[in-house]
Design a protein around this ligand. Structure first.
Ligand code: NAD
Length: 290
């Protein structure tokens, strides 16, 4: 039977995979969603639970399958792998998750040679690079969720300091989705006004550099705090994934700090890192030099 389009395959039906499936179902963006997990019973159970809500949302075919379910997928979203435990860093997961990727990327490639691959498992930048190499796909079609989530966190924390809608804040975190990520304060604006100036004029901060440093510390600590409190993050990453997925499916040309293969970016080459990039149905159309 032919697939319904757009079709999205999700590998890993854990916290991140199932929450993304739920937000995708509510968004109405996909006509077909397939959940693939080595724990088949988990994937089946999640699909049953999602399907029971279908009369309350929009028509979507949702089912569990093996890797053959990736056939004709427009996007394959990879969330399989271990997640962080309290006090672990993302890079602590590298050996375990790289071994999983050595199994799953060839299995995905076998069935979904024309899909765009979106890598979410951690350490996300290293695994995006590994996916690129193992799949042999052109670099525009292998995307890491990168610092889209960290950037959303940054906007949220900035809005806590100045009480404006986070949608009106333009700011990016770039680099690694991890300990060495960095905020681009020199490009951060509200209504086109430099953030430091906005803080001093409208929020009354005499020394905005102090607040900016506090803001970044809060952003860096936030994943760790959530993991300490409830074991895993799921909602905001699912929404970050939805934003990337929408830009691909709807050919939006949104500028998002996704992880992509960079060449001679201020002297850095042959690594996947997050840089504001134009995302459309080619995947990463272009990354932008700040
Ligand atoms: P989880 O343990 O809840 O789910 C992972 C799922 O992967 C499990 O259901 C497991 O059965 C499945 N899996 C493992 N090996 C598999 C294989 N070979 N084939 C198919 N399925 C397999 O973990 P989670 O909380 O959903 O997190 C998933 C990953 O996402 C972790 O690596 C986590 O660190 C990462 N993550 C990334 C971000 C980000 O911003 N990039 C944010 C949150 C979580």
């Amino acid at each position: 039977m032919e697939s319904l389009k757009p079709k999205i395959a999700i590998i890993g039906a854990g916290n991140v995979g199932r929450t993304f499936a739920f937000s995708l179902m509510i968004s109405g963006l996909a006509r077909e969603i397939v959940l693939i997990d080595k724990n088949e019973s988990l994937a089946k159970g999640e699909c049953m639970d999602l399907n029971h809500g279908l009369s309350l949302t929009q028509p979507t075919k949702i089912y569990a399958a093996g890797f053959e379910g990736c056939k004709e997928a427009d996007i394959v979203v990879i969330t399989a792998g271990a997640n962080r435990k309290p006090r672990q860093s993302r890079t602590d997961l590298v050996q375990n998750n790289m071994a999983i990727f050595k199994d799953i990327i060839p299995a995905i490639s076998k069935y979904a040679s024309s899909a765009i691959l979106l890598v979410v498992s951690n350490p996300a930048d290293i695994l995006t690079y590994i996916t690129l190499k193992l799949s042999g796909l052109p670099s525009n079609r292998v995307i890491g969720s990168g610092t889209v989530l960290d950037t959303a966190r940054l906007k949220y924390v900035i809005c806590e300091y100045c009480n404006v809608n986070p949608n009106n804040i333009h700011a990016y975190i770039i680099g690694e989705h991890g300990n060495t990520e960095l905020p681009v304060w020199s490009n951060a604006t509200i209504v086109g006004m430099d953030l430091e100036m906005y803080f001093s004029v409208y929020a009354g901060f005499g020394n905005a550099k102090k607040e900016m440093s506090e803001i970044f510390e809060k952003v860096k600590k936030s994943a760790h705090q959530i993991i300490e409190a409830k074991g895993a993050t799921c909602y905001s990453i699912a929404l970050a994934m939805l934003k990337i997925t929408r830009s691909i499916i709807k050919n939006e040309n949104s500028i998002l700090p996704v992880s992509t293969l960079i060449t001679d970016y201020y002297g850095i080459s042959d690594a996947c890192l997050s840089i504001p990039s134009i995302v459309n149905n080619n995947g990463v159309e272009q990354y932008l030099k700040l």
